[in-house]
Design a protein. Sequence first.
Length: 196
Amino acid sequence: MGTATTSSLGKNSCPGGSSQIFRLGGEVNNPTIFNLQKLINLQEDLKNQNPAVVTEVSVTFQTGSGPRTETYYGIPLWQLINNEISSGGLQPGNSGQNTKNAFLRQYVLVQATDCYGAIVAVGEIHPNFEAKQVLVAYAKKASDGSIQYLTDTDEGFARLVVPGDKARGRYVSNVRNIVVLSAPASPLKLRDFWQI
């Protein structure tokens, strides 16, 4: 994980270390704080609401010694940011000049305790678009087949798991912030790219 400069974020704002909570905020109706028990309870509530909700994913990624497969358990990122029982649902984002599908300009920034961060576009996880099963995981399958909470590892109590990412760059561990934002209108104009 990378570190941020203290001049841009304030001294000691990115101390690193193991996370015990994360904040969910930004363009959601009910910003809230999650700890391990609240994530476990949310998973149960989501399963009761919809038994088909995916709370387990197996992923394969590259390591220095070759491919590795892990199975993680947790909350689908889409359900975390857009469900009445978790966040109250998404707020409309920055629609720019055209309001059609404004949520496609939204993205989720997941940030670790050391300020390492990664972005997932809402279109990647929206069920009517890519529907990728990105997970905010709190446990994984141990080598003996049992379920191991991430608090018993160096991954913090929660980590982002992005199926299909071969290098695991967006597998943010020690999550401390999950923020839904909208891409602002770019200062560049199309004419800047039209050269004959």
